[in-house]
Design a protein around this ligand. Structure first.
Ligand code: SF4
Length: 231
């Protein structure tokens, strides 16, 4: 089976309920959104994997070449992106990985059946809106309640919301109420691709978590390795 991939590598899951679990990452190429956040000082932060979205650089990789690189002690696979649900063969990919525990990380805008053990859904809030030619595409596509409902109905799932500033909370609560997401399934994560950026939103995240009962997730891989590819 051939996959259009950006990269594959062994690391540690840095986000959500499996944080800290040694995991093999299969990063698919391509995304249907173009996230870009505006910081308090008016600087912009693009998607943390622009090489899968803004400037995609994929190559065809045979699944067997991936499987032979997975260390024997690794039991968890993260299929991430880009947007993995773009891949029409996603069901077969998860079927081929049935001996592992698998998590798929998605922006929640495309539905396909899979055999994943967990779907980690990260709907993109209006604060992720880019300027320029991708803004209309991004705005039209970023929230799809039918897809989110299907993902919730057919999978074990968690939600991960990226908070840029306090204005994001209203939208998180609206999505939570609309979909009736149980509070314990929601993780709040600071927007940031450096430890300094994550720290600048640490107080916001903890306040919102305490007020709402939602969980916090850090980005452990940024703490461990910085924002470097394949780490
Ligand atoms: Fe990047 Fe994810 Fe946004 Fe796509 S949805 S542009 S991969 S952050």
């Amino acid at each position: 089976m051939k996959l259009n991939l950006s990269e594959h590598f062994y690391s540690v899951q840095g986000e959500g309920k499996h944080t800290g679990v040694p995991s093999y990452f299969i990063r698919t190429n391509g995304c249907n959104l173009r996230c870009e956040w505006t910081n308090a000082d008016d600087t912009k932060t693009k998607c943390d994997t622009p090489y899968t979205s803004w400037e995609p650089e994929g190559k065809e990789v045979d699944l067997d070449d991936i499987l032979k690189n997975i260390p024997e002690q690794c039991r968890h696979i993260v299929i991430t992106g880009g947007e993995p649900y773009i891949n029409k063969d996603l069901f077969n990919l998860t079927k081929n990985l049935i001996d592992f525990t698998t998590t798929i990380e998605t922006n929640g805008t495309i539905y396909r059946p899979t055999l994943a053990n967990l779907v980690s859904i990260s709907p993109k809030l209006s604060s992720s809106m880019p300027s320029g030619r991708f803004s209309e595409m991004h705005e039209k596509g970023r929230i799809n309640y039918d897809v989110l409902t299907h993902l919730m109905k057919n999978n074990d799932y968690q939600f991960k919301f990226v908070l840029n500033d306090s204005r994001d909370l209203k939208e998180v609560l609206h999505i939570k109420d609309t979909l009736k997401i149980p509070t314990e399934k929601i993780y709040l994560m600071a927007q940031g691709t450096t430890s300094a950026e994550l720290d600048s939103r640490r107080y916001l995240i903890s306040q919102v978590a305490k007020e709402t009962g939602m969980n916090i997730t850090d980005r452990l891989h940024i703490r461990l390795y910085g924002n470097r590819r394949a780490t």
